[in-house]
Unconditional design. Structure first.
Length: 605
């Protein structure tokens, strides 16, 4: 059995050659070490205990199940179970379909994902940021901040129903460009066509990658990598002009005039000439140095996150419209996808373009005095600024049912009835996590303080209102009873004594890109060390030893017993032996023999 980390690192080394085609990849799915690595990745996820359409999850999965999966894949008798479809709400009020695979299918998909990531990650372009290691929404925004300087027009791109409309035949053909293992591709095709169950009715899938599937993000990136390459070629064909743009003729004339006045003042200092010099300096600060009408200078910038992309154009509006049409034609003709007309907009830089929840616009240049000898100069000329949308706070609070609207259109905080059964500690913890989550995402926005002040105020008095409703008291009395110094919160007991949890009181400050970790976490060269080492669960499962009775059998069957949250066990008044064992180990999993696992579920242990 080859070590999976050695195999993956070898794949990464070969993947740097874009002309290399991979063969015999399916043999990696016969390797038990890959499945142990996949289990180590999956078990820590909050959805590990989620059941698929057949009612199975990680709990009860055994090492013998791995052997069965390998035999079925080797014989090509492995058939993925149809997904259990659920719907989750979207920001626009609609619902997004989500497929829930069972644990066995998750495991096989994770192994496939590891292999595909090793093959494709080294060749993905830096303009792609969605669903990739060490990349995020913030790295995409940072890329825009660095590369979009001086742009005049935005093209806000949105692909209509991208994940649901991916053409599976085109996807398989794209995979065949780098992979010539037909058995491996047939297995991927089975997952694409496994279908889903909704309201106990089976539905076939003829297009798209299932949202919720483990390997769906990497498959979508492989598909849209063609768009990234097309944009790189389009950029090369669109851009023209030397690196230095033509100087603005008006700026040159004013600069020459200013020089003559300075020479005149040096020969004959007088008040009238000095006033002319100051007026000309002020005029130059309001005037662009480069020629804004220079048609010989064009630039194109592009950033993509999943199916959303933003294009920046230095050129005319007609150039931006032409680029939009070309991108739409490429998507339609080559990838069988369609741009969303209502969301794909051409926006001037002085207006606000929307991307990944932020509003992006031109920064107003600052005129600052550098020194007495050098006078004033412009700073941040041509740079962009990022804003948290003005209606975001009210919309989020409305969706969370933390506010209600009056007849005059104003709003006020109200109790959240769905949380009335929670303790004060849980209410404050939820409120703090909501505030911290929004702040951590939008902390680079220029208007973060004003928008967050609205959210903090509403959540604070909504939380106090919820507590007051429970106690049938007033908000003022509740806040006074919970006051701790300048702030308010609650005191709770722990094993180490009493602790205090205060309502959110951290300062709200805007963070610059240089002070965030987003730019430091981007790996331009694929990190080979990411495959190193085994997780603790992998070592425990491969040890073939029951963690309850201590029995050891190298050929025996051992199951994973899993619980979603340890704190749910700690709340129980009567603890079984296995519960005490999990709490003592501070682990959500136990590796147990078949006999002990049966006793756990029958309550006889």
């Amino acid at each position: 059995m080859r070590n999976s980390e050695v195999v993956l690192n070898n794949l990464v080394t070969q993947a740097t050659d874009e002309n290399y085609r991979f063969d015999r990849l399916i043999r990696n799915l016969y390797n038990e070490d890959f499945y142990l690595r996949a289990i180590g990745k999956l078990y820590a996820n909050s959805g590990a205990g989620t059941k698929g359409s057949d009612g199975t999850s990680i709990s009860g999965f055994s090492n013998k199940d791995i052997e069965k999966i390998i035999d079925q894949i080797r014989n090509e008798t492995y058939e993925p179970t149809p997904l259990r479809r659920v719907y989750i709400p979207k920001k626009n009020g609609k619902k997004r379909p989500l497929g829930m695979p069972n644990f066995k299918d998750k495991l096989v998909q994770e192994v496939i994902r590891l292999i595909l990531e090793a093959i494709y990650e080294p060749i993905f372009l830096n303009t792609s940021h969605g669903f990739r290691p060490n990349r995020s929404c913030h790295t995409a925004i940072n890329d825009i901040d660095v590369t979009f300087t001086g742009i005049k027009w935005f093209v806000e791109g949105d692909i209509k129903g991208c994940f649901d409309n991916i053409n599976q035949h085109i996807l398989i053909k794209l995979l065949q460009k780098r992979i010539k293992d037909e058995k491996f591709l047939r297995l991927i095709n089975k997952f694409l066509k496994c279908g889903y169950i909704e309201d106990w009715v089976y539905h076939k899938t003829y297009s798209g990658t299932p949202q919720g599937g483990i390997m769906s993000p990497i498959l979508a990136n492989i598909y849209l990598h063609e768009l990234d390459k097309y944009m790189a070629n389009l950029q090369n064909g669109f851009e023209k002009g030397s690196p230095n743009r033509k100087t603005n003729p008006a700026y040159s004339r004013t600069s020459a005039k200013l020089h003559r006045r300075r020479v005149k003042y040096k020969k004959n200092p007088n008040e009238e000439t000095l006033k002319e010099i100051k007026a000309l300096e002020k005029e130059m600060l309001q005037m662009p140095y480069y020629d804004p009408e220079d048609e010989s200078y064009k630039r194109l910038r592009y950033v993509r996150y999943a199916d959303d992309f933003l294009i920046g154009i230095i050129g005319s509006k007609e150039d931006a419209e032409r680029i939009k049409r070309k991108v739409g034609e490429f998507l339609k003709n080559e990838l069988d996808l369609e741009l969303s007309e209502e969301k794909t907009l051409v926006t001037h830089v002085s207006d606000r373009a929307k991307f990944l929840g932020f509003e992006i616009t031109k920064r107003v240049p600052k005129i600052e005095r550098v020194s007495y000898s050098h006078g004033s100069m412009r700073k941040a000329n041509g740079n962009l600024e990022f804003y948290m949308p003005h209606d975001y706070a009210v919309k989020w609070l409305k969706d969370a049912r933390a506010i209600t609207f009056k007849k005059d259109g104003t709003w006020k905080p109200v109790a959240r009835y769905s949380l009335t059964n929670l303790s004060d500690l849980e209410l404050i913890s939820i409120a703090n996590s909501e505030i911290r989550g929004i702040y951590n995402y939008f902390k680079i926005a220029k208007n973060i303080h004003r928008q967050m002040s609205t959210i903090i105020y509403a959540i604070e008095y909504s939380t106090l209102g919820t507590m007051a409703r429970k106690r049938k008291s007033s908000v003022g009395k509740i806040k006074e009873s919970l006051r701790i110094g300048k702030y308010w919160g609650t005191v709770y007991d722990t094993k180490k004594g009493k602790k205090t949890m205060l309502f959110f009181n951290s300062p709200i400050t805007r963070e610059k890109f240089s002070s965030t970790k987003t730019d430091e976490s981007v790996d331009e060269v694929f990190n080979l060390m990411k495959h190193r080492g085994r997780t603790e669960l992998e070592r425990r499962l491969s040890a073939c030893e029951c963690e309850i009775c201590g029995s050891f059998d190298i050929d025996g069957e051992f199951h994973i017993h899993h619980t979603n949250k340890l704190k749910n066990l700690k709340k129980k008044t009567k603890l079984s032996y296995w519960m005490k064992e999990m709490i003592a180990r501070n682990r959500k999993t136990l590796i147990v023999c078949t006999d002990c696992h049966w006793k756990i579920h029958t309550g006889s242990l």
